[in-house]
Design a protein around this ligand. Structure first.
Ligand SMILES: NC(=O)c1ccc[n+]([C@@H]2O[C@H](COP(=O)([O-])OP(=O)(O)OC[C@H]3O[C@@H](n4cnc5c(N)ncnc54)[C@H](OP(=O)(O)O)[C@@H]3O)[C@@H](O)[C@H]2O)c1
Length: 188
């Protein structure tokens, strides 16, 4: 059993809800300095950063933050030299969390799509959705699977019981905005 934790998703998306291009690479149009600084600050607060294997391999953990890699290549949960490796098909999130972050705190979830989908089921307490307005990435990888003009990221988050705060302009060029979605707590 671990102490209370807060699961926070973090993503920057295009106007059409894409996190990467058709080849799975993040295009320059989604790279933004203001978002990057804010993103790094959120990761600094986390007790654990949970990300997919490809993201782990692409981004060395230079700041040595506590990291958990989601992968079918794990037998359940292992502490390897580079990170915790977790296979959700073999061990529950509760058990993985109790071992990897027994102190609780903020669990940052920076994706990609499979990991964002996974935590939709497990439950986000908050989701920091940054949007690069005016950018579209036809055929790109969507934030969650199955998104389209008729099923937007906002609709999915709302459908999971999260409510948006005000959109904050973090870079007037573009512009780029940040909306923090938070779980509605009964009685709150
Ligand atoms: N715009 C953004 O905010 C944002 C956020 C994140 C990523 N990205 C970009 O998106 C691209 C990478 O994202 P991605 O979605 O292709 O890759 P990813 O999430 O980094 O890694 C995918 C891998 O994670 C593992 N995985 C994911 N969900 C799993 C599950 N439920 N169970 C077991 N394993 C699971 C699998 O590893 P195994 O093959 O080992 O099983 C899968 O191949 C990069 O270009 C990255 O820069 C952008």
């Amino acid at each position: 059993m671990s102490a209370a934790c807060t699961v926070v998703g973090l993503a920057i998306v295009s106007e059409d809800d894409r996190i990467a291009d058709a080849a799975g690479a993040m295009p320059a149009s989604l790279r933004n300095d203001a978002d990057w600084r804010r993103f790094q600050a959120e990761l600094d607060k986390a007790s654990l950063v949970v990300l997919g294997r490809l993201g782990h391999e692409a981004h060395a953990n230079t700041k040595q933050r506590p990291r958990m890699v989601v992968s079918s290549r794990s037998s359940g949960l292992e502490r390897r030299s580079d990170a915790w490796w977790w296979n959700p098909a073999r061990l529950s999130w509760a058990d993985a969390l109790a071992r990897a972050a027994p102190q609780g705190g903020i669990i940052a979830v920076p994706g990609g799509q499979g990991v964002f989908d996974l935590f939709l089921e497990l439950g986000y307490d908050a989701f920091h959705l940054t949007r690069a307005h005016g950018v579209t990435i036809p055929n790109g990888r969507t934030l969650f699977s199955g998104l389209s003009a008729n099923r937007t990221a906002e609709a999915v988050l709302a459908g999971r019981g999260l409510l948006p705060g005000p959109a904050e302009t973090i870079d007037p060029a573009g512009p780029v905005t940040l909306t923090v979605w938070r779980r509605v707590r009964s009685g709150a």
